[in-house]
Design a protein around this ligand. Structure first.
Ligand SMILES: [Zn+2]
Length: 538
């Protein structure tokens, strides 16, 4: 009986082997394919790939054609496109924001003392004598037993909150994540949580150190037109920042006069404090609507077809703009023709490999440069069930002067994707390191973040610091050169003779291997305990 079983097993094994493609060769992400697509996408012909322009039409059609040539299927119900409606809101706030107390009233001046915006797609929004309530850091984090909003009916009220989270500069690495910024520290979170609580508005108190930028940045980035995605998520009437000085005046006129508001917020047992002052401000909006596209291609699995590994890269860049040294086309070769071409090169590698058990999705996203809009839209209008989406591997702006020994993981410590990356890195004789600048919150600044927010574990990494056979000095010089002379400038171009792609190829090869492993397993990588995204997976 035993022998009989053995024979059956051997026969099965042999017949399986026969169905496979050539198993002796190891599939590599092809550097020639990569170079070819970067060269095309970053050429002047694609006009800097800006949404709503001729450059968009050329880019999305090119990607569709290339995915089709590879034999991938349309990823969105028969189409290679997901339409992404966007709204341009050009808002003008009132000249003053009035903070009215029992005895005195303070008039804050637009831009000098406050900025105010809205995501409400209506011509007029306002706060009219909305009660101000101090909500500390404005954080609800069950994993830290933290709730700054507890015990108040927020309807119609406006929350006053601090930027960053209680861990920053606390000297306590167990309080949130110490100096490393958690998502609870980001201004986007402050707006989202206040809206979830049903508040009418939020005032974030600016503070240079915990914000990591001065008031001048608030002034320039919160005025003028902005693009947004409409969704059913709750939104505030008014989202606002006030300067630290204005905040002090407000507290002095309030029920909290004389109290140290920052120290109060750092207490775990903090409860919201009604300030006994009201705020009034109005915004007039000019509204324009337009539609851009995400490109979605599918490589169906053989077995667990309804489980997905999702590769993403944003296709968009800044288009044609202000000329620098006589060049007005912002080609975005590194940012992000590299990642977009990387999707095509990885897709090709999967096609050359044996079919995978799980399905693979390749998505080129729009509007990243305008605020992660294509991925934000996908997150609220997912094509594939997020609970069945095993992992996201996001590729953005790969560049290195050669093969790198390190794989620097942005968002290290968030999920078991670290382990997958580590295993793949070791096979390339590389090692993984956490992002040494984690306090800057880069994990929250590219598209994978929107997938993390809906619970999908994400990998965002690249070789950055130590080369196999390049000196540290050469690497530093390469990075400085990119940061100062190329990043978001017309000179981010591809040059066939000089652009070095061996390091980019090595990173893509690693992403391919991580996806390949996941695509043949049953396992779903988990968020680690303490990750702010763990709750969203449930
Ligand atoms: Zn980018």
């Amino acid at each position: 009986m035993k022998n009989c079983l053995k024979i059956i097993v051997i026969v099965l094994f042999i017949s399986c082997e026969n169905n496979k493609k050539d198993t002796t060769t190891i599939v590599e992400v092809d550097q020639t394919t990569l170079a070819h697509h970067i060269e095309r996408l970053a050429s002047d012909e694609f006009l800097g790939r800006k949404p709503f322009t001729e450059g968009e039409v050329k880019t999305v059609n090119y990607l569709k054609d290339e995915f089709e040539k590879l034999g991938l299927l349309p990823g969105n119900d028969g189409s290679f496109f997901q339409e992404v409606p966007m709204v341009e809101i050009d808002g003008t706030p009132s000249e003053t924001m009035i903070i009215a107390g029992k005895n005195e009233s303070i008039a804050l001046t637009r831009l000098q003392d406050f900025v105010a915006t809205t995501n409400k797609v209506v011509p007029d929004v306002s706060l009219e004598n909305s009660e101000l309530v101090y909500a500390g850091y404005g954080i609800v984090a069950p994993e830290y037993g933290w709730n700054d909003y507890e015990g108040i009916d927020w309807k119609g009220k406006t929350a006053v909150v601090l930027i960053n989270d209680p861990g920053f500069k606390s000297g306590d690495s167990t309080l949130f994540k110490g100096n490393e910024m958690t998502y609870y520290g980001r201004w986007t979170y402050k707006y989202e949580e206040a809206a979830r609580q049903g508040a009418a508005g939020v005032l974030i108190i600016h503070d240079t150190e915990p914000a990591s930028y001065g008031w001048n940045v608030i002034e320039s980035s919160w005025s003028g037109a902005k693009l947004i995605i409409e969704s059913d998520l709750p939104i505030l009437n008014v989202e606002s920042w006030i300067s630290g000085e204005s905040a002090q005046k407000m507290f002095d006129a309030s029920a909290m006069k004389g109290q140290d508001y920052k120290t109060l917020a750092s207490n775990k047992n903090f409860t919201p404090v009604p300030l006994d002052v009201n705020v009034s401000v109005a915004i007039k909006n000019k509204i324009k609507k337009d539609v851009s596209k995400n490109v979605v291609a599918l490589l169906p699995g053989t077995d667990s077809k309804d489980e997905y590994i999702m590769y993403t890269a944003h296709w968009d860049h800044f288009g044609v703009g202000k000329p620098i040294d006589g060049d007005s086309i912002y080609n975005g070769a590194v940012d992000n023709a590299s990642g977009t071409a990387g999707l095509l090169a990885i897709a090709e590698a999967f096609k050359k490999s044996n079919p995978t058990k799980r399905s693979i999705v390749f998505m080129a996203l729009t509007g990243e440069e305008q605020g992660l809009l294509g991925s934000a839209y996908y997150a609220v209008n997912p094509i594939y069930n997020p609970k069945k989406t095993v992992a996201n591997i996001n590729i953005d702006a790969l560049a290195s002067p050669g093969k790198m020994k390190d794989l620097t993981i942005t968002g290290y410590g968030q999920s078991e994707m670290d382990e997958y990356a580590k295993e793949a890195a070791l096979k390339q004789n590389r090692y993984i390191i956490p992002d040494p600048e984690a306090e800057k919150g880069y994990f929250f600044r590219s598209d994978h973040f929107n997938f993390a927010k809906i619970g999908i574990p994400a990998l965002y990494a690249s070789g950055s610091y130590e080369g196999f056979d390049i000196s540290i000095e050469a690497i530093t010089k390469f990075k400085e050169d990119y940061g100062m002379y190329k990043y978001h400038q017309p000179s981010d171009e591809y040059h066939a003779e000089t652009t070095e792609l061996s390091g980019v190829q090595l990173d893509l090869q690693l992403f391919f291997k991580v996806g390949l492993k996941l695509s043949n397993e049953d396992y779903f990588p988990k968020w680690y305990n303490g990750s702010e995204f763990k709750g969203a997976r449930k």
